[in-house]
Design a protein around this ligand. Sequence first.
Ligand code: IMP
Length: 185
Amino acid sequence: MLSLVTSNEHKYKEISTYLNSKNLEINWLQRKYEEIQADDNDTISLDSSKKLANKINAPFFLEDTGLYITNLAGFPGPYSSYVQSTIGNENILKMASGSKAYFKTVITLCWKKNFYQFSGTLNGKISSAISGNLGFGYDPIFIPDNSNKTMGEMTTVEKNKISHRFIALEKLYLFIVENRIKNNL
Ligand code: IMP
C-alpha cells in the first residue's frame, strides 16, 4: 500500500478524501521529519524524501507547501511554516491584505528508490479579515481567484475541487494509473 508521510492531520484528510474517491487507499505514516531551508518547495520536498527513503522500505509520498505573497516579494514561500507559527495570520493581514498571492504544493513520490515530483499552484489574494474555521494554516486569510470566500470557509470537498494540493494530487494519481503502479501497491 502507498504511504503518505505527514504529521499534519488536515493534509492527511484532504489527500485521503481525494485518493479514496479514486479507490486508492493509503496508509498514514504519521511522523515528523526534517525539512531543510531552501529557496523553493521542490528542493525541500525532494530532500526530505531522499532522507526518508533510507528509513522507509515501501512506496511513499510526502508534500511541501508554501504561500507566496506578491506584495512581499514571494515571502513567506518556503518559510511558510515558520512564519505561520511565529507571526501568524493576523500579522500577515497587517502587511499584505489585498495582495495577490498563490499557494504551491510539491509532492514527491518515492517508488522503487526513484523520485518523481508533481506540483500544483492556486492563485488568489490575501483577504481583509480572518474568516472561517474550516481548513488550516493560511486558509482563513486566502481567497482563491473566482471565489467570494476564504478557504477557511470551504469544506474539504469544496477545497479539494480547486486547491494546489488537489492539482498536484491529480498529477500523482494519473502517474500511478499510467505506469500501472496501482495494482502493485
Ligand atoms: P508545510 O507544507 O507543512 O511545510 O506547510 C507550510 C505552512 O503552510 C504551514 O504553516 C501550513 O499550516 C501552511 N499550509 C500548508 N498547506 C496549506 C493549505 O492548504 N492551506 C493553508 N495553509 C497551508
